[in-house]
Ligand binder design. Structure first.
Ligand code: ARG
Length: 463
């Protein structure tokens, strides 16, 4: 494809340099935004009298025709075009002749690329947000079925205190709700329209930026032309939000990997969401979750790429910034792939309640409740804590649990113990006694679920 700047140059650009410079292989995915942005620009040029109204109309029709042809597969992207912006403009000129050459009046690719990228990312945010919302719904629906499914809660991966599977799931719901909130915030900050910044110093033409802003559904025009073309905060912020979202998915994945192991066996993945081994016939591997854990590193890499690419750039546009797209697109594609695989995996997995309960019965996870029992009978907590520690040591010696230890042994350590200690350390009592706000009791978790539904609704109404 002939270069737009051929007038200034005496030679054709070297073929390798052309390939090196070109971004069409990855920015062609913004064709719809590029054309829609150009339609708004052409409309504005006509309405302000910068170009003839008839020419503006011809440009709009021509652009619509290109869009239609691309969507119907009638027009292929030219791999030798430098980028999607050049490709569309050249195609328009091919179709309209001199009129096509008027489209780029009072515009630069610098503000054009910022516009296209923001439009593209705004749409992606809405899509990702919808997927996270579906995940949240999946999780609280599952939680509703497990309000009384007791499992050990852990610290340091050591059994600590009893919780329920519902409570555990709702912890992730909180993380994902915050992720949606962050995506909303990112959207709001991204919602400024850069066209009119031109190359860097705006323009002497009497353009109407408010009109373009409204036509394209942005909140407001960007305030400063230098910032308008050199800001990449929006893609960094989005990739950072995605990194955090991936981190949550990755922690969840790590737990599922553990829960699938024979050492835990808290869940069994559906055959459709697990894989076998090429040599070990017995194997059923949680590859999906391992890949999500692995891909989180990849998305963190994308974020590092963007931050590092930007950190030394003087104002305004520099070609380094073309590197923003592949990293951001990769983060978006990866998180969407991960969530869309994760949701059906969660929906189809079998929860092995009995094994969770069995694990909860071991590990003295009711020891805190045993100490609290003595506190309720008047002992200071530190004394009660020490006494319970002695009882745990006796249990370990005698291969017993706090539930199976004789009352006489309890009483030999502390006379305050009575028959009702067994009721106090019953796991269901322990869980349902924790019914303060945010606690694991079935009542508290029911409130958490109701609140989560409301929060999700509010978040999805806001942009
Ligand atoms: N393909 C370029 C990018 O993605 C478009 C902007 C080019 N601007 C320029 N002055 N060379 O950043």
């Amino acid at each position: 494809m002939a270069k737009m700047w051929a007038g200034r140059f005496k030679k054709e650009v070297d073929e390798k340099v052309n390939d090196f410079n070109s971004s069409i292989s990855f920015d062609a995915r913004m064709y719809r935004q590029d054309i829609t942005g150009s339609i708004a620009h052409a409309t504005m040029l006509g309405k302000t009298g910068i170009i003839e109204l008839s020419e503006s109309q011809a440009l709009v029709e021509g652009l619509k025709g290109i869009l239609e042809d691309i969507e119907q597969g009638k027009l292929e992207f030219d791999p030798t075009a430098e980028d999607i912006h050049m490709f569309v403009e050249a195609e328009l000129t091919k179709r309209l002749g001199d009129t096509g050459k008027r489209l780029h009046t009072s515009r630069s690719r610098n503000d054009q690329v910022a516009l296209d990228f923001k439009m593209y990312l705004k749409d992606e945010i809405i899509e990702i947000r919808g997927m996270v919302a579906e995940l949240v719904e999946t999780l609280y629906t599952l939680a509703e079925q497990h309000l009384d499914t007791i499992m050990p809660g852990y610290t340091h991966l050591q059994r600590a205190q009893p919780v329920t599977f519902a409570h555990h799931l709702m912890a992730y719901v909180q993380m994902f709700l915050r992720d949606i909130g962050r995506l909303n915030d990112c959207y709001k900050r991204m919602d400024t329209m850069p066209l009119g910044s031109c190359a860097l110093a705006a323009t002497t033409y009497p353009i109407d930026r408010d009109m373009v802003t409204e036509l394209l559904g942005f909140q407001s025009p960007t305030e400063n032309s230098l910032d308008g073309v050199s800001d990449r905060d929006y893609c960094i912020e989005l990739t950072s939000d995605i990194s955090l979202l991936m981190t949550h998915l990755s922690r969840f994945s790590e737990e599922i990997i553990l829960w699938c192991s024979w050492e835990f066996k808290f869940i069994e993945l559906d055959d459709a969401y697990a894989t076998g081994s090429s040599i070990m016939p017995q194997k059923k591997n949680p590859d999906i979750t391992e890949l999500i854990r692995g891909k989180t590193g990849r998305v963190n890499g994308d974020l590092t790429t963007l931050l590092t690419m930007m950190k030394g750039l003087p104002l305004a546009y520099n070609k380094d910034m073309q590197e923003d797209k592949e990293a951001t697109f990769d983060a978006i594609d990866t998180v969407k792939l991960c969530i869309s695989t994760f949701i059906p995996m969660i929906r189809t997995m079998k929860v092995l309640k009995e094994n969770m309960r069995h694990a909860a019965a071991k590990g003295f996870i009711n020891a805190t409740d045993c100490a609290d029992y003595l506190v309720k009978k008047g002992l200071p907590f530190r004394d009660a804590y020490k006494i319970t520690g002695e009882l745990v040591a006796i249990c370990i010696d005698q291969n017993k649990t706090l539930e199976t230890l004789e009352l006489s042994t309890y009483q030999s350590v502390c006379e305050t113990f009575e028959q009702d200690v067994y009721q106090a350390i019953d796991l269901l009592t322990c869980v349902n006694g924790r019914n303060t706000k945010g606690g694991p009791s079935s009542k508290s978790v029911s409130v958490q679920i109701a609140n989560a539904k409301q929060t999700l609704k509010t978040l999805m109404e806001g942009k």
